[in-house]
Design a protein around this ligand. Structure first.
Ligand SMILES: CC(C)(COP(=O)(O)OP(=O)(O)OC[C@H]1O[C@@H](n2cnc3c(N)ncnc32)[C@H](O)[C@@H]1OP(=O)(O)O)[C@@H](O)C(=O)NCCC(=O)NCCS
Length: 273
């Protein structure tokens, strides 16, 4: 019998950041120790241990307007297909239900196989894109914009007030908020790649100009999570060397409670929406 059969679901604390990071690193995800600390500090992270080792996690991050983001659903390769993810996501959903929250998530294809049967319904499609070799930095960074401007635009696109989250990102070493032609984006460090997002713009041309400016002033591997219905943006990225790594399916459990006024071009990341 596996050591996790009937193992209790635990609430994790900030001391578990390193063990959580080991799970996301095993899955080749881009989260850093600082990302895990956001979930452990601002959200509720459930986990299952096999003896002393953390082998499975799922996090619920509360957002404004009775919403919550579910993410960091991770099960170590040694413990998959034993129902651990299902138990943990069910626990997140029960917590959301008790607090009257609508739950959202961005699912990998493997994750969507778990969430569909639990009652999540698909909404928006996303695409993870990668630019393997931005090359040498040859342009000065785009002008920087304020956190207030980014948070206000992000709110129009998501319906959530994420000032605290965006502020935490912006305060990290290496983060920058950049703008050009009315487009605005945040660039931050990940474990193995720099991440562009959220990215908000009036049209695909402005979004592409900003990505190009960012690309020409960066030297590391870059990632962004594009909103698939922004097809002219996606086409422009692939034409300039970005490759599609994987799809994500946005899913919702519970009633829609937010009305977004504009569609983003890239999101903050599947773990944050
Ligand atoms: C996705 C993941 C969390 C699933 O964890 P898990 O504990 O193995 O999932 P469960 O045992 O609860 O699976 C429940 C059901 O989902 C489906 N399922 C789970 N993983 C699947 C896969 N890789 N392919 C197809 N169906 C899958 C199956 O129907 C499964 O039921 P079954 O085993 O009785 O057939 C795990 O594979 C993982 O950590 N993957 C890498 C990270 C990731 O993609 N996380 C999801 C982010 S949205």
């Amino acid at each position: 019998m596996a050591g996790t059969d009937g193992a209790p679901i635990l609430k994790l604390g900030t001391d578990d950041a390193i063990a959580g990071l080991a799970l996301s690193t095993e899955a080749h995800w881009n989260q850093t120790d600082e990302d895990w600390r956001i979930f452990l500090r601002e959200g509720i992270v459930f986990g299952i241990r096999d003896h002393m080792r953390l082998v499975a996690t799922a996090a619920l991050l509360p957002y404004s307007g009775n919403n919550a983001w579910i993410s960091m659903v991770l099960v170590s390769g040694t413990h998959r297909r034993r129902g651990l993810a299902t138990r943990l996501v069910d626990t997140c959903l029960e917590t959301a239900r008790q607090n009257g929250l609508t739950s959202w998530l961005d699912a990998t294809p493997d994750g969507a196989a778990v969430y569909g049967p639990l009652g999540f319904t698909p909404t928006l499609q996303l695409r993870r894109l990668k630019l393997a070799r931005p090359g040498r930095a040859e342009a000065p960074p785009s002008p920087s914009a304020t956190l207030e401007a980014l948070a206000a635009r992000d709110r129009r696109a998501t319906g959530f007030d994420r000032t605290a989250l965006l502020s935490a990102f912006a305060q990290r070493a290496g983060s920058r908020i950049v703008t050009a032609n009315g487009a605005i984006a945040l660039v931050r460090d990940g474990r193995t790649a720099r991440h562009i997002g959220p990215l908000l713009a009036d049209n695909a041309a402005a979004a592409l100009v900003l990505v190009d400016e960012i690309t020409r002033s960066e030297t590391n591997l870059l990632l962004l999570d594009a909103v698939a219905p922004q097809s002219a943006f996606l086409d422009g990225l692939t034409a300039s060397g970005w490759t599609i790594e994987r799809p994500f399916q946005r899913m919702r459990f519970g009633p829609a409670t937010v009305a977004a006024e504009e569609l983003p071009f890239a999101v903050a990341g599947p773990e944050f929406g």
